[in-house]
Design a protein around this ligand. Structure first.
Ligand code: SF4
Ligand code: FES
Length: 237
């Protein structure tokens, strides 16, 4: 089948402003859009720039906007697109070149929530154990591959006036530790989460959940964080 892609181009070293370039490739219907991008780069235009690594929805490096939706081209099949496909960089972040954006601010926010287990007790003789039920609670959040699609799709992060919001990806990782039975950093985590740019920055708009390629219930998990923060200040009688 013939696949037509209209792709955002911008090289700040030579372009005064961004523009769109259209390419056509022959593809098998079961080819992924990432295969189409690779074919363009390898056979037509080696200047086209984008990130990718695993090609299978694991590394999270190829987040971009496809027909207006933040997603991974390695998870999109050519057969599912009938018309010309619009391919753009993730919104929210500064464009470095073409489809590559600067993710430093994303990882700064991610690091700010202490994305690691906080433990105070000395290590046990064997591993720190969890029951299957305790692990099950974290199972969905652990799937996160830090692709940044949720944060880029979030209208709160897109609004310059509220862009200091830590964002859904950082909150999913907060959930993963806040509800981990082995974690002993609840007080530190509450201080990091209990403010307008933390969990309360979420306006429950569901965009993050809609775009997450790992089908993590992002908004629901942020809601569970909010509930725990609220109940810590308003204990049930
Ligand atoms: Fe990507 Fe989903 Fe993780 Fe957000 S929560 S960074 S969309 S995998
Ligand atoms: Fe690794 Fe798409 S290339 S997630």
């Amino acid at each position: 089948m013939n696949v037509k892609l209209k792709i955002f181009r911008f090289d700040p070293n030579k372009d005064e402003k961004p523009y769109y370039q259209t390419y056509e490739v022959e593809a098998d219907p079961m080819d992924r859009l990432l295969d189409c991008l690779n074919r363009i780069r390898w056979e037509q235009d080696s200047t086209l720039s984008y990130r990718w690594s695993c090609g299978h929805g694991i590394c999270g490096s190829d987040g971009m906007r496809i027909n207006g939706i933040c997603s991974l081209p390695c998870q999109k099949l050519a057969k599912d697109f009938k018309e010309e496909i619009l391919v753009e960089p993730l919104p929210v972040f500064k464009v470095i070149k073409d489809l590559i954006v600067d993710l430093d601010p994303f990882f700064e926010k991610y690091n700010s929530i202490k994305p690691y287990l906080i433990v105070k007790a000395p290590p046990p003789d064997q591993e720190r154990r969890q029951s299957p039920e305790q692990q099950q609670l974290l199972e969905k959040a652990i799937r996160c591959i830090l692709c940044a699609c949720c944060t880029a799709a979030c209208p709160v992060n897109q609004n310059p006036e509220t862009a200091s919001y830590v964002g859904p990806a950082a909150l999913v990782r907060s959930f993963r530790y806040f509800f981990d039975s082995r974690d002993e950093g609840a007080e530190e985590r509450m201080a990091l989460l209990d403010h307008k740019d933390g969990a309360w920055g979420c306006q429950t708009l569901w965009k993050c959940t809609e775009v997450c390629p790992k089908e993590i219930p992002v908004t629901k998990e942020i809601g569970q964080i909010k509930r725990r923060l609220y109940e810590s200040k308003h204990p049930k009688e």
